[in-house]
Design a binder for this molecule. Structure first.
Ligand SMILES: *Cc1c(COP(=O)(O)O)cnc(C)c1O
Length: 359
């Protein structure tokens, strides 16, 4: 077996030790005569695993009982609709910040349900900046403010939290669990699982309980947070395999020293790679310095005609999925929690060598 280094933006790398446990558990879970995925989701075994996932997540993020933790399906994209359906109440508008492709998608979906007030946009810098809050034009009667703390495609990340009177809603799909977060600053945090939580098919929603109970009468049952909370995320059959793997990933994070421990590693990984880019005339990153993402590092080559060769040769060197998103071009290395420092070192060594041969 030869596992490569995987820099995929999502679904992303999983910790190897987690995959090994899953392999050992695959045919028979804990001597029960069957795999966990073949058990009823109402069985004590599966309920126990889901409870363990929730408790470990609560302790990692410091989530108080004022918040419900919901394990849902449909990806972050489904939450683009669930957010207005659950939070508008009798309000007619909501505030959104536009810092890139994922913000835009949330805005488009929000427009089906309410008047979307775009309080600020970084489109004019090709999404390489984050507009400071002093420039935001907040609405008068918004039900909530929605923003994207890390734009996975552009590689821009907030290292500050917006201060607003209305509930703050964050799409944390690509930054959750990468460093400590003050959950109490947020009304709602949501994330697709396939970057830092586990495999795809699972969506996490953390919602302050006083925001439950406002869902629109037309809100489908499967999108209703209150219903999910009342049924402990088992209104219907949940994705049990994804939950099982997420529980293992949370345990792995505890072993890494929790979120402070993983933050130290993540900062070191990102700083190394940005330094390698900045110290070269061959590679470039367009993002303003204070907003460079720890999780998604984009870079271009001095000559885009070399992109294809870079990708072919990096793949041969065992460095997978470095192609940038089609809307940005160039390269993107996603450095999620499960991407090791050794992977980043190998990437930097390859980049130096490629530059020497082609620069
Ligand atoms: C990946 C991603 C999404 C989309 O997630 P799905 O689970 O595929 O719907 C949305 N927002 C952000 C910030 C993402 O990184």
């Amino acid at each position: 077996m030869s596992r490569c280094y995987n820099f995929c933006a999502g679904p992303a790398a999983l910790p190897e030790s987690v995959l090994e446990i899953a392999r050992n558990d695959m045919l028979e879970w804990h001597g029960k005569g069957l795999s966990l995925m073949e058990m009823s989701h109402r069985s004590p075994e599966v309920v126990g695993v889901v409870n363990h996932a929730e408790q470990t997540l609560r302790s990692l993020l410091g989530i108080s009982d004022d918040y419900a933790v919901l394990f849902l399906q449909g990806g972050a994209s489904t939450q683009f609709g669930s957010v207005p359906l659950n939070l508008l109440g009798d309000k007619l508008s909501a505030d959104y910040v536009n810092t890139g492709q994922w913000s835009k998608k949330a805005i488009e979906e929000g427009r089906r349900y309410c008047e979307v007030n775009v309080v600020a946009s970084s489109q004019d810098t090709n999404f390489s900046t984050i507009p400071p809050q002093a420039q935001w034009q907040l609405g008068n009667d918004a039900a909530y403010l929605h923003y994207t703390p890390n734009e996975t495609i552009g590689g821009v990340e907030y290292f500050w939290t917006p201060q607003v009177e209305v509930p703050l809603v964050a799409d944390m799909s690509s930054t959750i669990l990468s460093r400590p977060t003050r959950v109490e600053d947020f009304g709602v945090i949501y994330a697709g699982a396939q970057k830092n939580i586990g495999p795809s098919g699972l969506t996490l929603v953390i919602v302050r309980r006083d925001l439950l109970g406002r869902a629109n009468a037309m809100c489908p049952a499967m999108l209703n947070w209150q219903l999910a909370a009342d049924n402990e995320s088992m209104y219907n059959t949940p994705p049990t395999f994804a939950l099982y793997l997420a529980a293992l990933v949370f345990d792995w994070l505890v072993e890494q020293g929790g979120l402070l421990g993983i933050e130290t590693i993540n900062r070191r990984k990102a700083q190394k790679l940005y330094a390698a880019i900045d110290n070269s005339d061959f590679y470039a990153n367009p993002v303003e310095l204070p907003s460079r993402s720890l999780m998604n590092v984009t870079f271009t080559l001095a000559d885009a005609a070399l992109d294809k060769q870079f990708l072919t040769e990096s793949e041969s060197a065992g460095l997978l999925n470095l192609k940038g998103h089609r809307s940005v071009g160039g390269m993107r290395a996603s450095l999620y929690n499960a991407v090791s420092e050794a992977a980043v070192d190998a990437l930097i060594a390859f980049m130096l060598d490629f530059e020497q041969r082609n620069g």
